[in-house]
Write a protein that binds this ligand. Structure first.
Ligand code: AMP
Ligand code: MG
Length: 425
């Protein structure tokens, strides 16, 4: 049996980033940029007002107070989107709105709150009383303040977030190059499976794994394709597994353990390459990995929680690597185990757990050796791999190392956060 690390390294060595492709701007959200984004314009493209107020020559306003304001003639009224052709001269001001270009002659903006409109001051021809002195540059946003012409604004390898989408929109990038999302084929195996809209007959269960897997593929940023159910015979299984080369990844569930009708491994050996099929872990030791026609193939075990844990540990990082992500690991946090746990000593355990903050312990204290971790972890329910309810309640996998057969309450354990994305600090 391989260790989890050996299995994972052997999988990840063989996974390659997919080629870049061009998508509409909004479809790049959450993807990894394949090329730098260089601006061909300045943002903002012109000097503009940061406030609603009056564009003035600062020198004209020196000494102004509420009691003794400076009165200026209003020579224009500039809305955002209009370029004024007026030159603001000595003793003059222009009414100006946020985002409007600063008119020639003016060097500063006085907020409307510091002015008193006298004689129809909102319109050209009126006058305005300025109640405080301006300093040149006040409330003026300079051209290129945010982005300079020729500046590299986003770098290849970055993950696109909502602000990057906004920046690229400002730069006129209607389409961008990102690494492609893998197309992931999902095959369930089992004579006992019926569709989710069917009422299970005697001995039958609904095919839930295809759905939990498709959801995990979506959450990892892949494109799920449910190919249906292969019955537990070689011909049926071969028919579906041989479709792997149409996809970037194939994931199957069930049919990889020691049962008389577990044919996935045999079929994989016939039509592809089997790299390994047992990993020293629980749940889900029969983690099968290989290739069919060059397509990475993951044969996950059938028990619903084993399927999901196997996906989490092996398939999710593979999808992320294909998508160009550098961060492939979920955040790991140390926590104090809240209860005694018995285990088989030859396996790594991934128990479904709930991790929570311990009241009164600050993160900053945790580095001091005498201080307890800021988190504790308890089991989220019964740990049978056939039961999905504890997985549903879990926000972490509690990882218990090989070599131990009992782990006592109070032991510091490592938890893999399922509720936080890779790369979260
Ligand atoms: P297997 O690995 O094929 O021996 O399956 C192990 C257990 O998981 C059995 O109890 C199966 O009935 C169950 N199982 C297998 N595939 C699915 C599936 N697609 N959805 C729900 N349960 C499944
Ligand atoms: Mg089966």
């Amino acid at each position: 049996m391989l260790s989890v690390e050996e299995a994972r390294a052997s999988v990840m060595d063989r996974i390659e980033r997919l080629e870049p492709y061009r998508v509409d701007l909004l479809d790049s959200l959450g993807c990894v940029l394949a090329a730098d984004i260089v601006s061909d314009i300045a943002v903002s493209p012109f000097d503009n007002s940061a406030m609603d107020g009056y564009a003035v020559r600062a020198a004209d306003t020196s000494g102004a107070t509420d009691a003794a304001p400076v009165v200026l003639r209003v020579v224009d009224h500039i809305a955002a989107g209009r370029v004024s052709s007026v030159l603001v001269g000595e003793g003059e001001a222009a009414r100006i709105m946020t985002g409007a270009p600063v008119p020639a002659g003016a060097d500063s903006i006085v907020m409307v709150e510091h002015t008193v409109s006298l004689d129809n001051a909102g319109s050209t021809g009126g006058t305005v009383a300025i109640g405080c002195p301006a300093v040149a540059g006040d409330h003026v946003r300079l051209a290129g303040e945010d982005v300079r012409v020729g500046e590299t604004v986003l770098r290849a390898g970055e993950v696109v977030n909502a602000a990057s989408v906004g920046l690229m929109a400002a730069l006129g990038c209607a389409q961008v190059d990102v690494y492609r999302r893998p197309r992931v084929a999902i095959v369930s195996t089992g004579d006992e499976l019926v569709g989710i809209t069917d009422a299970p007959g005697p001995g039958q269960i609904r095919n839930s794994n295809s759905y939990s897997l498709a959801a995990q593929v979506l959450a990892a940023g892949g494109e799920p394709h449910m190919l249906g159910v292969a019955r537990d015979n070689e011909a049926d299984t071969r028919a579906l597994l041989s479709r792997a080369p149409e996809f970037d990844i194939m994931v199957t569930t069930g049919g990889v353990s020691m049962g008389d009708f577990d044919v996935v491994k045999d079929v994989l050996e016939q039509i592809g390459v089997l790299d390994f099929w047992k990993v020293a872990m629980r749940p889900g030791a029969p983690q099968t990995y290989g290739t069919v026609g060059g397509t990475p193939f993951f044969g996950l075990p059938g028990n619903p929680t084993s399927t999901m844990v196997g996906f989490e540990l092996f398939v999710r990082p593979a999808i992320r690597k294909m998508r160009g992500f550098g961060e492939l690991d979920r955040p790991r946090v140390s926590a104090r185990l809240a209860e005694d746990v018995k285990k088989k000593s030859d396996r790594r355990y991934f128990l479904r757990g709930v991790i929570s903050r311990v009241a009164g312990v600050a993160d900053a204290d945790v580095d001091a050796p005498s201080v307890a971790p800021a988190y504790e972890a308890r089991l989220s329910g019964r740990q049978s791999s056939a039961m999905l309810t504890a997985m549903h309640r879990a926000n972490c996998l509690i990882s218990l190392p090989e070599g131990l057969s009992e782990v006592a309450a109070g032991t510091i354990v490592t938890c893999i956060r399922l509720d936080e994305e890779e790369g979260t600090p």
